[in-house]
Design a protein around this ligand. Structure first.
Ligand code: SF4
Length: 518
């Protein structure tokens, strides 16, 4: 029997994009792109379908003159060499060789034309990759532990679980019209490699004694998300066995689909439903839908490493290593990506892995090959041993390509990191700096040690780029968002202001104090 969502009962309250979604499912646009728009060109695309392009993983690029950006979903960030080469080929053929690693482990292209999209979809499908539903009001890329399967610090390998949940939701028309975007994470890493608290639904490692046996499983957290009103996900009082993860994911997503708010788009994320209901009511509704679960067990999240892996590290498998590379501000070119794929094939286990810190890992390298890998020309720029600030600077796309951006971010972030690396003496700790170009927070500013959010200020010369600065964000057991400081800093003054802030911190910090324990 077809479901009857609560929102269908009172259409007078819906925001106008709900009617666009009701008129035609977002997923239908994929067929229209292939059969119609790619043949007839950019001018043939109606405005409503441009909005639906997100379900194909495609956005219009700034300044809306015929070019598009596209995100490719990569489960847990893990891709094989054939997939990596296909991604690099697409960038070379259609995307001016530009490849961005996003904060959700996706690969993002720019400069695509609608005529290119059918071939890109096909090239992706040929290697088992998809851009579909990487954007839109649907279950998006499921982030996970990029070290899954090789991680000395994971409770279990979550690769297959992420794939299972992804395969269920991808192109599933029962869930292709949610109130708003919907983000999941599944990781059993003890250091929160998938940033659980900022997802709509997150699974984190847990253990519970059941019938005298220590059972490995998960805790679930619901209602996290950033943007203008950030929320940390709240834990449900449930212990979930690995084989029940999909059932819980279906239950939570169903509750969101049928009860999430569809009146105002800026209040439609799951976090607003959780805030309105309270987590207890949400859990009661969930258990009514999918049955009772045992109460929480022992939480196994020990801390947060912010998904940084730079350097050479031993794997779970004796004798093998992974090498975490720094991709400055998450941007590399297709030739570099090809060279990384070559290294992974020749000296590694044939996979590349993207991280939520916008970096890349090569895995499965034997001791005897480490020197060869480390001396590879491509690792001279994408170095495993980056300078401190360049290693910990994250940036969203900004106004170079993003229509929502207020300011430029990516190149500015690179210049700021270079400036600080040249000017700030050793701090004996890494300071994570995140830039975002608008309140949507794709660069996850709220969880940074220093978060910079783009804004404008009025000067005698007119409106110019500026930033609000916030300090002290952290996830993990002591999770909290950063606190915005008073005042707004002109874009050109950001390097100097951050330098002064860091020098003051270095001088004034107490013994044992770190940047997020003040
Ligand atoms: Fe665009 Fe804003 Fe997201 Fe940056 S944070 S990529 S400016 S929507």
């Amino acid at each position: 029997m077809a479901y009857e969502p609560v929102w269908m009962q009172d259409p007078s309250k819906l925001n106008k994009f709900e009617f666009v979604k009701m008129e035609k499912d977002g997923l239908d646009v994929i067929r229209d792109i292939i059969e119609t728009y790619a043949l007839r060109g950019y001018e043939s695309i109606p405005e409503d379908d441009k909005g639906r392009f997100k379900w194909a993983g495609v956005y219009e690029q700034k300044p809306k003159d015929g070019y598009f950006m596209m995100r490719i979903r990569i489960n847990s960030g893990i891709m094989n060499v054939a997939q990596a080469r296909a991604l690099a080929d697409i960038a070379q053929l259609y995307g001016r060789s530009l490849m961005d690693v996003t904060t959700r482990q996706a690969i993002q292209y720019h400069w695509l034309r609608v005529e290119d999209l059918p071939d890109i979809f096909k090239r992706l499908e040929d290697v088992g990759l998809y851009s579909y539903e990487a954007c839109g009001d649907c279950p998006r890329t499921i982030v996970g532990n990029p070290l899954a399967g090789i991680d000395p610090n994971e409770l279990m390998d979550t690769t297959a679980l992420v794939n299972e949940v992804n395969d269920f939701f991808l192109l599933n028309r029962d869930f292709s019209n949610l109130p708003r975007k919907y983000k999941m994470s599944i990781s059993a890493n003890l250091y929160n490699n998938a940033h659980a608290e900022i997802n709509d639904l997150a699974f984190t490692p847990a253990v519970k004694e059941i019938d005298g046996e220590q059972v490995l499983g998960f805790h679930a957290h619901v209602g996290g998300g950033l943007s203008a009103k950030p929320f940390l996900a709240k834990p449900l009082d449930m212990f979930i066995r690995p084989e029940e993860v999909l059932k819980v994911a279906i239950g939570v997503t169903t509750l969101f689909r049928d009860n999430g708010f569809r009146e105002k788009r800026h209040q439609a994320r799951l976090k607003f439903l959780i805030a309105a209901w309270g987590v207890e009511k949400f859990q009661a509704q969930l258990e009514e839908l999918i049955g009772k679960f045992p109460a929480r067990g022992d939480d196994k999240t020990l801390g947060w490493q912010a998904a940084y892996f730079d350097g050479v590290h031993p794997q779970h498998q004796a004798g093998l290593h992974y090498v975490g590379l720094n991709v400055p501000i998450g941007r590399l070119n297709a030739e570099e990506f090809h060279q990384l794929a070559d290294l992974a094939e020749k000296y590694g286990d044939g996979t590349l892995r993207t991280t939520m810190s916008q970096n890349i890992i090569i895995t499965g390298i034997q001791e005897k090959h480490l020197d060869t890998v480390l001396s590879a020309p491509v690792l001279q720029r994408l170095t495993p041993f980056p300078k401190p600030f360049m290693s910990r600077t994250v940036s969203c796309t900004g106004n170079e390509f993003c229509n929502l951006a207020i300011v430029e971010t990516k190149e500015r972030a690179r210049r700021v990191a270079e400036y600080l690396d040249a000017r700030v003496p050793e701090l004996n700790e890494f300071i994570r700096i995140h830039f975002i170009g608008c309140p949507n927070a794709c660069g996850q500013k709220h969880v940074a040690d220093i978060g910079l959010q783009g804004a404008l200020v009025k000067t005698e010369q007119g409106m110019i780029d500026a930033f609000d600065i916030a300090v002290g964000g952290i996830l993990g057991p002591n999770a909290r968002f950063n606190t915005t400081l008073k005042g707004r800093v002109k874009g050109d003054d950001v390097p100097h202001v951050l330098e002064q802030l860091l020098l003051y911190y270095k001088q004034e910090r107490h013994a044992g104090e770190s940047f997020h324990t003040f």
